[in-house]
Structure formats: structure tokens, C-alpha cells
Design a protein around this ligand. Structure first.
Ligand SMILES: *[C@@H]1O[C@H](CO)[C@@H](O)[C@H](O)[C@H]1NC(C)=O
Ligand SMILES: *[C@@H]1O[C@H](CO)[C@@H](O)[C@H](O)[C@H]1NC(C)=O
Ligand SMILES: *[C@@H]1O[C@H](CO)[C@@H](O)[C@H](O)[C@H]1NC(C)=O
Ligand SMILES: *[C@@H]1O[C@H](CO)[C@@H](O)[C@H](O)[C@H]1NC(C)=O
Ligand SMILES: *[C@@H]1O[C@H](CO)[C@@H](O)[C@H](O)[C@H]1NC(C)=O
Length: 817
């Protein structure tokens, strides 16, 4: 009893501690553009191709041809063949109507696709010609192959013309089954023996065929009956069956003889498990490596509300799964339906292939022993990635060879809120290279497919299909930006002076995925540039004409969401009495004779500093003597509220305009046709000009809390008062558990008669806990484990100008030459 109360406390406290998870901020963000406009939408830097039409919606399944030229789409009432071989357009080739929510769509052979749909709660299957999309006339019965309910998850895979499925086989959805269909000749259709409760209310996620093993692995979550001390504890599972299985001769006739299941643990030491699997994808080994090196990357969430909205990625190795299946198995007591770990004589090896003509005795043994005793632990016994603020629902994984010939693992993670996070796994942890908004309304139906040959990601939603290129290297137009992105797909080509796809080039590319050291990777570029500006040669910058006593506001774009911006003046301190650092990175002050002069906005990211913009604030009333380089001066105006807002612009003729980090070239026409912008317009334009890269403002994402008092994003990372918290928590736990023990003891003394189990009281004694169970909840050592990077560097110095511009290292604008 005490065990349970302790557990709930543990749950509560662990939830309380979790704010200390490292915040993972996508480096750049591409919000969605105008959806209603055309086929291609998205940000200018990340264009998406959308395929949607009024009679095609609710994309449930995506199937890609091997060459990546055709995308078959299972939707509501239709199967479509989309030609995706063209870079610029998605073309509908064929469409066939079927009154179904398609839930199974698999290649059967070289000419046909096998499809199953829910057919208004009476599932049917059919053969579809993959060239013409014509359907066979007589549909198959779909029971056991396809769910009845369009929203129920299932898994299906066709190998050698046989269909292996995990789904429910009845209308009410309470007869789950893993089965084989379309078997011919001596091979018979097989299913699970359903008298035993081999599956406990499962949610099927996916299945994976490993050719070298001759096995199919199923991934799902279900109620963990072995954890009977807590109500409906959900566990994630991997299960396996052998393709060679043909069922037993007397025992287990037409039933699997090779079914075995094990728990998949996604849990770091001393933390609550992320127990509910959401999606999983396999990463085959690199050429030549054994199949045992196959990896599985899965998204897991937690069943406890304290962890709601968070998700974790865990990775598993096939050899670890295999060794768990070849180990010991738990024993099920048929009378009490209790699982226990008991040392027993192994009559057979459950899960072993080729058991179909084993003795009845051996088959009876495997029939009762199918839950592996050990759990499959993640690689390194730790989580690959945890996101405190994003609930990931789908993922796909790819190995990408970088310019240094090393392989990097790239995950494409889809959030519930509609963003695709492209993430590279580094030694130091996960780095989210970019986020791309795919949809803005919650989508009840989602699917994700990666086309490695074409370098495309397809997202199926309730609204249609979206195609996203895996990378757009040309978005990074300076060497430092290209390197700082740490995108294994992209490298800086010094010959063409462009950020290019690493796989297309054989020259020495500037790239540093592991450290993102722009200084080093771009050394040839920046050195030549540094020589261009001698000491005291301050570029003219952008002219800002102001009247005295006017409030001036200078804007500065962010190079990325990981950069910190700071303002400097040559030879002057920016005292906080005179200057206000606003939360969007801009600087505000009152124009006085002392505040006139030059201002620089510097952006620092990963130790690399670049000048984003330079302003020259001048008094307006003086006779106009504008330099040719200050054509953009007219953009600043005294406003009704006497506020001048200045935004940066290009400096034609100074050779400087490319140096303004993330500033795109603006068309000359725009320059000249907009001489009188109001303050609001100016600000809006500024944001848009940043290629929607800087759209992390309050309105666009609810992130205001990260930008308190003008502190840059990095500084606002979660501060951890862990030690104090831990001490207090431990004391609290001790006190409370003592109290509860006494209370429970008193209650127990008083009530001798059995009472109905109350909410919160466990139904079983805790002394039957297996080591696995204990491990799953080993949460009572509240180790302080905060790896949140709190970056303080530059917090104070950011407001101080350390002398002349040339005196400070690396302040010079960088250019792509
Ligand atoms: C890639 O980025 C460049 C520069 O922002 C943009 O012009 C181009 O349209 C983008 N391409 C795609 C496919 O998003
Ligand atoms: C593929 O399967 C279909 C349906 O069973 C069959 O009609 C067709 O002949 C098969 N094609 C090949 C090439 O085997
Ligand atoms: C096992 O069954 C296969 C057919 O499924 C048969 O060819 C083989 O001889 C049998 N092996 C033994 C040891 O009985
Ligand atoms: C199907 O798509 C339509 C149009 O996007 C949407 O309104 C509807 O909610 C979707 N239905 C389901 C069952 O997802
Ligand atoms: C940036 O996104 C906003 C919507 O969030 C859109 O109105 C604007 O046109 C985009 N800017 C550019 C330059 O595409």
C-alpha cells in the first residue's frame, strides 16, 4: 500500500522536476504562408507542394514506389496515384473511388496493390492494378486485416505476397489479433490463440520486416498486466513472429508458434517512463554491417498528466531486442492470471523459428510463455531526445553522409501542432536544424513518409498531402549561416560561393556538424574579408534622421532563434539609463546630442559573432547632406507619437550589403516606391523581410515568456534550482510517506472486513513486484539531473561596448565574399 502512495508522489514530484529538461529550440522557423493561394505554399525559404482537392481528404495511408516516382494515397473514399517525379509539381495520374477509409495499402506484387478499407464498419479488401488503379471486382472479407473503426490504429505489411496485420477483428474493437492472410498451399493463414489474452487492449503502431532474420516485428502499446499493482499501466511492446511459421500440428493448429513479446522501455534512470509508443521507424544498417545493427527510433509519450505535452525519442538496437527474446520468460498462472518470474526448466525456446513441428509439450510451453522477462532498453540506457514543449506524433529517420564522410542520423518529427522538426542527433544531444509549419489546424488523421531517393518528405493530413524537400541549402546565403545550421545535407562551396547540397558536390565543403564552428569552417572566407576593413574604417551604415527629443527605435533582425543580439556603440557605453533594450531585440532611446552617432547590432551564435546591421543616427534639421550610401534614410520618420522606427536595409555600393547576415536583397523598385511608410508598416515589413526567419515574435508563437525584459532567448532558458528542490522534495516525500503509513496502518487496524478497493489503493501486494517493475518505478532517488544549458556568457558584456569597433574581435561583418 505504501508503495502505491509513494509511487503517486514520485509521479507528482518527477513531473515537478521536469522543467529542467533542456529546451530544444528549432534554430530557424518557417511558418506557413498563404494556404489558399496556390499549389506551392510555405515560407519563401521552404516551399511546400500541396495536393488537395475537395473530393480528396482524410489521407490515411501513404505508399511510395521504390524509385520514389509514384505516391499512392489512401484517403477517404478514394485511392490516388500521384506522380511526384517532378520537382515543381505533384500530378494526379489516377484516382479510383471506393466507399472506404483506406487503412491498408501495400504492394502485393509487381503489378498489384492490396488495399483494405473500413467500409462503414464492415471492412473489405481488394486488389488494385498499380498502373491503372482499376480494382478487382470481387472484394475480400476484411476481418482481421483492417480495423472497423476508421480512427483505430492498425499495422499491416505484405512480405512475399502474404499480409501480416495487427488490428482488431470485431466490430466492438475488443478482439485484437496479429495474423497472417493470403497464405497459399501448405502455408496456412495464422493468428494468435485468442483464449489466452496474448494481447491486452493493444494500440498497434507499426510493423517491420527484417529479411535476414526471417521475422516480422510488431510495435504496439497495451495494458501491462504484469504490473498489476497499478490500474491500467500502459506499456510499449515489441513482438515478433517468424515468417516460416505454419502453426502446430495438434497444439496451436493454425496459430502462431513463434509469437513472443517484450516490453520496450523508454526511460532514463530515476525518471518516469515515457510509456506510450506513438510511432517508430527503422534505420537499416549501413552497407556491409550485419542486420543486428538495425536501429529503431520511436516516439514515446507518457500516460501521466504531469508529463502531458511532452515526448521523448528512444532508439533501440535489434541485437538488444533479440537477446531479450532469447532470454527467460515470465510465467502466467492460469488460475489467477498473474505473471511471475520463476526459474523453470526451459522445455522450448519461445520465439524461436521452426517450432511448428515441435512436440505438443514444447508447444504448450511456448503457448504459456510468451512474455519475455527482461525489457528492451534504449541504446545507452538513455533517451535520445526529450521535448518538454512539443508533442511529437510521427517520425521518420534517415542516415545522411556529411562532407567529412561521417554518417549522421537525421530525424523528421511531426508535432501535433503541425510543425515538422528536422533534427540531427549529435554527440552533444539533439539539434533541431529547422521547423517547418505543415498545417495550422489540428489534423485528426496524419501520416508521414520519407522518400530518400527524391529527398522529399510527404505528410498526409485530413486536408490532403504536403510535400516538403528534405533540405533547401540555398536558404543559407553566407558561409557562417550555412555552417551554423549544422545541417548534414548542406555545406558551403567556396568555389560557387553558395550553400549547396553535400551529396551533389565533391569539392571540399565548409561544414562542421558536430561543433558548428563557423569561424574555423569559413576561415578562408572570413580572413579575406577581415582584411577589407582597416582600423577605424567604419562603414557608413544606414542613415537614421531624427529630431532631438524624439524616441528612436532601432530594429535588429535575429540571425536565428539560437542567436543573441547585442547593441554596441563605438567608444561609448550603452548605459541602461539612456537605452532600452526591447524584447524583440530592438534598441530604444531618446535622441539627444549624446545619443547621436553609430550603432551596431551584433548577433552571436555558437561563439560566432556577426554584424547584423549598422545605423548612423543623425539630427534631421541640419542641412541635408546625404551620402550616396544612405539612400534608405528616408525610411525613418517622425511619427505622430514622435517615435522613429528604423529598419535595416542594403547598402548598395559599399560592398556591405551582403554582409548583413540574414538580410535578403530587396528589390530596388520597392526601395523607391515606398518613401513614406508608417511605423506599423515598417515593423511589419521588417519581420517579413527576415524570410520569416525571425517570426518568433509574440503574435506568431506564444513564446513571450521567453523574452522577458529584452533578454535574448538563450538567457531565458530554464534556470534550475534543482538542489534546493531535491532536498525539499526528499524531505516532503519522507514526511508524507511516514504520515500515510501511519494513516494506512490505523485504517487497516480499524477495518478488519474487506472494503471495496478505493481509488488510489493498489489491488495487489507489492511484494510480487519483479525487478523490472521496480526498475520501472525506481523514482525514489531524486538525483539532481539537470543538463539544461544555461548560457550566461555575454549577458553583462552585451551591454558594454569594449572600445572601438576594430578593437573587438570578430565584430566585422562577414560576407560570402
Ligand atoms: C530555397 O530558399 C531560397 C532562398 O530563400 C528560395 O528562393 C527558394 O525558393 C527556396 N526553395 C525551396 C524549394 O523552398
Ligand atoms: C499479382 O497479384 C494479382 C492478384 O492476385 C494477380 O492477378 C497478378 O497476376 C499478380 N501479378 C504477378 C506479376 O504475379
Ligand atoms: C518439420 O516440418 C517440415 C515441414 O514443415 C518438414 O519438412 C520437416 O521434416 C520437419 N522436421 C522434423 C524434424 O520433423
Ligand atoms: C476529413 O476531411 C475533412 C476536410 O478536411 C474534414 O473536415 C474532416 O474532419 C475529416 N474527417 C475525418 C474523419 O478526419
Ligand atoms: C511571413 O509569414 C506571414 C504569416 O505569418 C505572411 O503574412 C508573410 O507574407 C510572410 N512573409 C514572407 C516574406 O513571406
Amino acid at each position: 500500500m505504501e508503495n502505491h502512495s509513494l509511487l503517486s508522489l514520485t509521479v507528482a514530484l518527477l513531473g515537478f522536476l521536469s522543467p529542467c529538461i533542456t529546451r530544444l529550440t528549432p534554430r530557424v522557423s518557417f511558418p506557413m504562408g498563404n494556404v489558399n493561394c496556390c499549389d506551392t505554399t510555405g515560407s519563401p525559404g521552404r516551399q511546400l507542394s500541396r495536393f488537395s482537392s475537395h473530393d480528396v481528404s482524410n489521407t490515411t495511408t501513404l505508399l511510395l514506389s521504390e524509385d520514389g516516382n509514384m505516391l499512392y494515397v489512401g484517403a477517404r473514399d478514394a485511392v490516388l496515384a500521384l506522380d511526384v517525379s517532378h520537382k515543381d509539381a505533384v500530378i494526379l495520374r489516377h484516382k479510383t473511388d471506393c466507399p472506404n477509409f483506406i487503412r491498408v495499402l501495400q504492394f502485393l506484387n509487381s503489378t498489384h496493390i492490396y488495399a483494405c478499407g473500413t467500409f462503414a464498419f464492415s471492412p473489405r479488401c481488394t486488389y488494385i492494378n498499380s498502373k491503372t488503379l482499376t480494382m478487382s471486382l470481387k472484394p475480400d472479407e476484411g476481418r482481421g486485416r483492417c480495423p472497423y473503426d476508421p480512427y483505430q490504429r492498425n499495422s499491416a505489411i505484405i512480405v512475399d505476397g502474404e499480409l501480416y496485420t495487427g488490428t482488431v477483428a470485431d466490430y466492438r474493437g475488443n478482439r485484437p489479433v496479429i495474423s497472417r492472410h493470403l497464405s497459399e498451399g501448405r502455408r496456412v493463414d495464422l493468428k494468435l490463440d485468442d483464449t489466452l489474452g496474448w494481447l491486452e487492449d493493444p494500440t498497434f503502431i507499426s510493423s517491420s520486416f527484417i529479411p535476414d532474420e526471417g521475422k516480422i516485428y510488431f510495435f504496439f502499446s497495451e495494458v501491462g498486466r504484469e504490473y498489476d499493482f497499478i490500474d491500467k499501466f500502459i506499456v510499449s511492446r515489441v513482438s515478433q513472429i517468424c515468417m516460416s511459421d505454419v502453426g502446430g500440428q495438434r497444439t496451436l493448429q493454425r496459430r502462431w508458434t513463434t509469437f513472443a513479446k517484450a516490453q520496450l522501455l523508454c526511460q532514463a534512470d530515476n525518471e518516469l517512463p515515457y510509456n506510450v509508443i506513438q510511432d517508430i521507424d527503422s534505420l537499416p544498417p549501413t552497407g556491409g554491417a550485419p542486420a543486428d545493427d538495425t536501429l529503431f527510433y520511436g516516439i514515446f509519450t507518457s500516460q501521466w498528466s504531469v508529463n502531458s505535452g511532452k515526448s521523448a525519442v528512444c532508439s533501440f538496437r535489434l541485437t538488444d531486442i533479440k537477446s531479450v527474446f532469447s532470454g527467460n520468460y515470465k510465467v502466467l498462472n492460469r488460475d489467477t492470471l498473474q505473471w511471475s518470474t520463476r526459474v523453470q526448466e526451459k522445455v522450448a525456446n519461445p520465439g524461436e523459428c521452426g517450432l511448428h513441428n515441435a512436440s505438443d509439450n514444447a508447444l504448450r510451453f511456448v503457448k504459456e510463455n510468451f512474455l519475455a522477462d527482461e525489457s528492451v532498453r534504449p541504446i545507452g540506457r538513455s533517451l535520445t531526445m526529450v521535448s518538454a514543449e512539443h508533442s511529437y506524433s510521427h517520425l521518420t529517420v534517415q542516415r545522411v553522409q556529411a562532407a567529412n564522410n561521417r554518417d549522421y542520423t537525421v530525424l523528421f518529427l511531426l508535432t501535433e501542432s503541425g510543425y515538422l522538426h528536422k533534427t540531427v542527433l549529435l554527440q552533444s544531444g539533439a539539434h533541431i536544424i529547422e521547423e517547418i509549419q505543415i498545417f495550422d489546424q489540428p489534423q485528426p488523421i496524419k501520416s508521414l513518409k520519407l522518400s530518400i531517393p527524391k529527398g522529399m518528405i510527404y505528410v498526409g493530413t485530413s486536408e490532403g498531402v504536403v510535400r516538403v524537400p528534405a533540405a533547401n541549402c540555398s536558404f543559407y546565403w553566407t558561409c557562417p549561416q550555412c555552417v551554423l545550421a549544422r545541417d548534414p545535407f548542406c555545406g558551403w562551396d567556396p568555389v560557387s560561393r553558395a550553400c549547396v547540397e553535400a551529396s551533389n558536390t565533391h569539392t571540399n565543403l565548409g561544414q562542421d556538424i558536430d561543433r558548428g564552428n563557423a569561424e574555423e569552417a569559413c576561415s578562408s572566407v572570413s580572413l579575406t574579408h577581415r582584411a577589407t576593413f582597416g582600423p577605424n574604417k567604419l562603414p557608413a551604415g544606414e542613415l537614421v534622421s531624427v529630431s532631438l527629443n524624439e524616441v528612436v527605435r532601432l530594429q535588429c533582425p535575429a540571425a536565428s532563434r539560437l542567436s543573441q543580439q547585442l547593441w554596441e556603440r563605438p567608444n561609448t557605453r550603452l548605459s541602461s539609463d539612456l537605452y532600452l533594450h526591447l524584447e524583440d531585440g530592438s534598441l530604444s532611446f531618446v535622441a539627444t546630442p549624446t545619443t547621436l552617432g553609430h550603432y551596431l547590432c551584433l548577433s552571436t551564435e555558437n561563439g560566432y559573432q556577426q554584424t547584423m546591421v549598422i545605423y548612423h543616427v543623425k539630427q534631421k534639421s541640419s542641412p541635408i547632406a546625404q551620402t550616396p550610401t544612405s539612400r534608405t534614410g528616408h525610411q525613418t520618420h517622425p511619427l505622430p507619437t514622435t517615435q522613429a522606427v528604423a529598419r535595416p536595409g542594403p547598402w548598395p555600393g559599399t560592398g556591405l550589403h551582403t554582409s548583413v547576415g540574414t538580410w535578403p536583397k530587396r528589390t530596388e523598385a520597392k526601395e523607391e516606391t515606398e518613401p513614406t511608410l508608417s511605423s506599423r508598416d515598417t515593423q511589419a515589413t521588417t519581420r517579413q523581410l527576415g524570410r520569416n526567419l525571425t517570426l518568433w515574435t509574440a503574435e506568431s508563437r506564444q513564446k513571450e515568456e521567453e523574452f522577458r525584459d529584452g533578454e535574448p532567448l538563450l538567457l531565458a532558458r530554464s534556470p534550475c534550482y534543482l538542489k534546493e528542490l531535491v532536498v525539499v522534495s526528499v524531505l516532503l516525500v519522507l514526511c508524507l510517506s511516514l504520515l500515510i503509513t501511519i494513516l494506512l496502518y490505523v485504517i487497516r487496524k480499524r477495518c478488519h472486513s474487506r472494503t471495496a478497493p478505493q481509488a488510489g489503493t493498489p489491488t495487489r501486494n507489492s511484494d510480487r513486484q519483479t525487478p523490472v517493475e521496480q526498475e520501472a518505478f525506481r523514482g525514489n532517488q531524486f538525483l539532481s539531473k539537470c543538463n539544461g544549458q544555461v548560457l550566461h556568457s555575454g549577458q553583462a558584456s552585451g551591454l558594454v561596448c569594449n572600445g572601438a569597433l576594430t578593437g573587438s574581435n570578430g565584430h566585422l561583418p562577414n560576407t560570402p565574399i
